[in-house]
Design a protein. Structure first.
Length: 250
């Protein structure tokens, strides 16, 4: 169904130009700490990072002794990940909705608002694949901006720069569909191009209901520091477990 993965328009070849350095070293270390705590990770465990991009998280976890596989549909971003990676990180070109891996993973990551860029049936396919790939008792971690907070401070216009290059974005939120619709203008070397995309802004209760319906259990919600989620938390991490026995993943 997804045999020829194509990069989503929001993650074209210039994505890394504007986004690679948006996190400080301390913030990134804290992010990795959160993943380790919520994932119950120990050295040697296997982690699958879906929509891994340029390997920011995958390479960080691999450097901490974990066996990480990153999957992404962008060959350009994967090449960056490989160049900056280490031997315990493996990168595969593929689609997050049907990743080209077998089972046996202790943790599956759908990190940094990677869910929601396709239709809802595609998001279900991604989460169903995660359920299949996890070992019994394995953990799914889905991370994004916390809509309870983000929705109150929604910016209609954002801008990022890299030298003289610019990424301008105009955002609109459709409350009926729960979608953010974004119009982009990218200016590189004085040349301008435009494109648009949408992202589904799931609330935590919606994601909880979806993962339970698909066969996950023991679903909890946390913030960016692995504490229980609060109404004012900036980021949200939904954690769900594959059942130890039975369930739709078997």
């Amino acid at each position: 169904m997804y045999e020829t993965p194509q990069p989503h328009p929001a993650f074209e070849a210039d994505y890394d130009r504007f986004w690679r350095r948006y996190r400080s070293g301390d913030a990134e270390a804290e992010e990795l700490d959160t993943i380790e705590r919520l994932g119950g990770l120990r050295s040697g465990m296997r982690v699958l990072d879906l929509a891994c991009g340029f390997g920011r998280i995958a390479n960080g976890l691999a450097a901490r002794g974990l066996a990480v596989v990153g999957v992404d549909s962008s060959r350009h971003l994967l090449e960056i990940a490989r160049q900056e990676g280490c031997s315990s990180a493996t990168y595969l070109h593929g689609d997050m909705r049907n990743p080209p891996v077998d089972g046996g993973f202790d943790v599956v990551l759908v990190w940094s608002t990677s869910l929601g860029y396709y239709d809802e049936c595609d998001d279900e396919a991604t989460l169903s694949s995660a359920l299949r790939i996890l070992v019994p008792g394995g953990r799914l971690l889905v991370e994004s901006r916390h809509w309870d907070t983000f929705g109150r401070t929604f910016d209609s216009y954002t801008e990022k720069s890299c030298g003289d290059d610019l990424l301008r974005e105009w955002h609109h939120y459709d409350p009926l569909l729960g979608q953010q619709i974004t119009q982009q203008e990218v200016v590189i070397d004085g040349r301008s191009s435009r494109r648009s995309y949408h992202v589904r802004r799931y609330g935590v209760p919606e994601l909880r209901s979806l993962t339970l319906r698909l066969g996950f259990e023991r679903v909890t919600a946390h913030d960016e520091r692995a504490q229980l989620l609060a109404p004012t938390s900036e980021r949200a991490v939904l954690r769900a477990h594959r059942p130890l026995v039975g369930g739709k993943g078997q």
